[in-house]
Design a protein around this ligand. Sequence first.
Ligand code: SF4
Ligand code: SF4
Length: 204
Amino acid sequence: MTIKEYFSSLFKGLHSLIKGMEVTGKELVTKKVTEQYPENRDTLEISKRFRGTLQFIYDDEGYHKCIACKSCERNCPNGTIQVITKMIDLDNGKKKMVLDKYMYDLGSCTFCDLCVLTCPTQAIEFSNDFEQSVFRREVLLKQLNYLPEKIKPTPAPAAKPAAPAAAKPAAAAVKPAEKEDATKPAAESKPAAPQPESENNENK
Ligand code: SF4
Ligand code: SF4
């Protein structure tokens, strides 16, 4: 190695060292992004768009909006959902098919969101709860309708509108002009036509 090559390689090494120290120095002053999990579990913020697991949407009274149409089951590409239905008798004597069990296998879900997008009643959604690790695979098969099924009372049939009053028969309707005629004396009516004399003579 010549003296020229020696100093050339020395300066390249120094240049590389300074570059590396520059990157390290920048990271020393930038905001930290490392999460101290699980110590910060209570304050941890997960993006709302993160798809952790499928879940039912219940309102304050414990009702969900699933109508057991099985659209989500048909659209799931890998058979993750099974909608089990049953027939019930309603107050009005009719029968109705309702949801019995909504089974979801988190172990085979690909989080594609097709089930949520094709649900006609927005009955399901993805939770961003990421802590789904378990020790046994069968625990990943979940029943999503975990509350007791409640059937909304059947609305009473609307009262029929009152039948319109029967139209008066035309003959019964009396026009004002006819009223005036009725007040006229009967004498005004024409007398009966006299019998011809020949007929009277024959009768004698
Ligand atoms: S997210 Fe996709 S794979 Fe998972 S249950 Fe819904 S449709 Fe099936
Ligand atoms: S969750 Fe939605 S798509 Fe699936 S059965 Fe219920 S109403 Fe139908």
